[in-house]
Design a binder for this molecule. Sequence first.
Ligand code: PLP
Length: 433
Amino acid sequence: MADALPDAAAIEADDLKYVMRPWTHPKGEPVIIAKAKGCTVTDVNGKEYLDLTAGYFVNNAGHCHPKIAEAASKQVHEVLQVSGKHGSVPMVKLAKKLIQLAPKSVAKAFFSTGGSEANEFALKMARQYTKKSDIAYLENGYHGLTLGSLEVTASEKYRESAGKPLGTDNYAIPTAYCYRCKYGPHTTCTAQCLDSLPGKLDARPKTAAIIAEIVQAVGGLAPPQQWWDRVDKERKQRGILLIADEIQTGLGRTGKMFAVEHYGLEPEIMTGGKGLCGGVGSLGLSAANDEISKAFFGGTTPTNGGNAVSCAGGLAMLEIISEEKLIENAAKMGRYFTEAAWDLKDPWIGDVRFTGLLGGIELVKNRESKEILGKTEMAAIKDALHDAGMLITISGLHGNVLRLQPPLVVTSAQIDQFLAALRKVLNSVRGSG
Ligand SMILES: Cc1ncc(COP(=O)(O)O)c(C=O)c1O
């Protein structure tokens, strides 16, 4: 444990007094972080944590990578912000780089200030181009907490936060949750869960687009190829656009630069955020094909969209991803995590699912019946992992998934360190039950 900051207690007291935090917190949180490096963060009391959240899935290249720090420091002395309407050298360079890396179906980048905003612009683009109003979204999908992105977010818990009825222009379509497949068990999946899809789309002829996380971050749900093939076919037959939300899945997280590459999908619109700025400030990306880009009128520009320092951070991040082969490492470490987690042979581990380093471990009371592990046990596990210096989040449709998404620089030794702590914690919570 490193030394505490001299004013740690005062900082924590001020946090309590002055910072609004409209969420419930597990024990020990929020953690006020004083220093961060690679996969490790240190709080104001000097306690170190292995960060399996990558700062909420932002720091793909690890915390405070020297190359990002250097690029941002240099840019600070050149241009800071010039409004979304004008531009800066790093902004143009980042647009070019992203379009070169993105699927060929998108041709131009529009920058805003974060993920939710990027999705709002994507929805506007789809509506303006198609002149249609409705948007389909996947059950379980998450697209942000601003009002527009909430309209296409499935979770009732999040939707309730709008405090008003949400519009009726948008509607949910089925998602793939293979571990709990309603049509299984089967040896070959025929994507039966999509049987209702054609009817749903036909009933809504004003559908402009389907917005989807290609691999759903809530518990790491990766549909099989045939599932995406079927969605893609149905939507193309009806001239419905695909908006790929790559805010969490993008930039190497799933073991490809973008998750659409796993399935050969060609979205007409793609959004990005989170790590796009390398952790320097914040950026949102709404990329679209040429026709949609031409039809798009913003009305006005996001004031801080495409901040020059954030773009410099993002460019450095993309260089690191390539130089340090982080996409390859994400794929390799995802496989390692999967095998090592199953090797624990813990009776509560029901499913382990990683696509690269996007994933998690689903905990169940009973492997046969797949009975969900209860809230009390989940809270005890989260608290004990926290005490052991493991920063994670709990996720999943039923709140029983340990969401594990470390920076892409994570090593097998760090994964072993986490799993050794998990083994102890699961045994001790089970023993005390
Ligand atoms: C898939 C996805 N879309 C959109 C968002 C919203 O991004 P932000 O919180 O930067 O507004 C998130 C954030 O968690 C996300 O995971």
